[in-house]
Design a protein around this ligand. Structure first.
Ligand code: ATP
Ligand code: ATP
Ligand code: MG
Ligand code: MG
Ligand code: MG
Ligand code: MG
Ligand code: MG
Length: 274
């Protein structure tokens, strides 16, 4: 390309290559799924506050709308299909974390490229596949996701990061399960928050069991543990024109709902941290 007198402006683009040898995590999170962005509740009228929350707007079931969680998982699988450098992903609520290999050289490890491409691939898929998961609820707002790239310098810090997210899934889900049980039983949201403030998990488990006949540990693992996406061998069976069947194995992103805090998950999959 011929040089022009304007070309000097290119120098203003800063180098944002991520440190070599570190795990790269890109975490994205839905914008304003329950909070009202840009306006404190007191500053705007209540109907507006309600209307601008993505979950309320699309009548997400509380505490967990499984359709929305499956849609998140699907968008994450699309990102992993697109970017083979991603080793695994972890998702809960309105967030997903994507782990790029330590030695990944994709886009020269430029943070803005990785963050923007992951986020647009995810968001685009979320929109494109919405109707399959919410056939009776038209998409009434533009879903938006913020994202960041964070570096983890060792296998241990990466595992601690993922443990942190899964522990968060559990803490939030236990709280939200109690909160919505109380609200559905007639308490106001203020009363429900007040009753749960400062309580330990034993109290919450007992509350669910004795007042609502609910054994927390029997709730779906998807809700309690979040979603882990890893590549696994999937067998596809094809029937040929002459009626014979042919099997083909492919590595494909698969969604699991299992513990990733303890060692077992990692011992069964040594390639993840290799
Ligand atoms: P921000 O823009 O700061 O991220 P936010 O309102 O999205 O604001 P988060 O901290 O990300 O706040 O919380 C996400 C909210 O969305 C939580 O309250 C969570 O319960 C709700 N949510 C996300 N996914 C689901 C789902 N599948 N079913 C029910 N609620 C959900
Ligand atoms: P990269 O992924 O590196 O950006 P690219 O193929 O998108 O690769 P660009 O330098 O961004 O490369 O160039 C965009 C290309 O798309 C150009 O060739 C341009 O002519 C074509 N293009 C973009 N928009 C239009 C349009 N509206 N009509 C016709 N061609 C278009
Ligand atoms: Mg956020
Ligand atoms: Mg959010
Ligand atoms: Mg969130
Ligand atoms: Mg380009
Ligand atoms: Mg381009």
């Amino acid at each position: 390309m011929a040089c022009s007198k304007y070309e000097y402006v290119k120098q203003y683009e800063l180098d944002d290559r991520l440190l070599p040898g570190c795990w790269i995590v890109v975490r994205l999170d839905g914008k304003g799924f329950t909070k009202c962005a840009g306006a404190a509740a007191a500053e705007v009228s209540l109907p507006f506050v309600r209307a601008c929350r993505f979950c309320d707007m699309h009548k997400f079931e509380k505490p967990n709308d499984e359709r929305a969680l499956r849609l998140m998982d699907e968008a994450a699988m699309a990102v992993m299909q697109e970017y083979q450098d991603i080793r695994l992903a972890f998702g809960e609520s309105d967030e997903y974390s994507f782990v790029f290999a330590k030695d990944c050289q994709l886009y020269g490890r430029r943070a803005s490229k990785l963050v923007s491409l992951v986020t647009s691939c995810f968001t685009g898929t979320y929109v494109r596949r919405w109707v399959e998961h919410f056939p009776d609820t038209p998409l009434a707002a533009t879903p938006m996701f913020d994202a960041r790239a964070v570096l983890y310098p060792s296998d241990q810090t990466l595992r601690d990061y993922l443990s942190w997210r899964q522990a968060d899934t559990h803490v939030n889900n236990l709280y939200n399960t109690c909160f919505w049980a109380l609200v559905k039983s007639g308490k106001t949201t203020t009363e429900a928050h007040a009753q749960l403030r400062g309580t330990l998990s034993d109290y919450k488990n007992e509350l669910l069991f004795s007042e609502f006949g609910l054994n927390y540990s029997t709730l779906p693992e998807r809700f309690r543990k979040g979603s882990v996406v890893v590549r696994q061998r999937v067998t596809h069976v094809k029937t040929t024109a002459d009626g014979r069947t042919k099997e083909k194995e492919r590595l494909e992103p698969c969604v699991l709902h299992c513990d990733i805090i303890r060692d077992a998950f990692w011992k069964e999959r040594p390639h993840l941290l290799a």
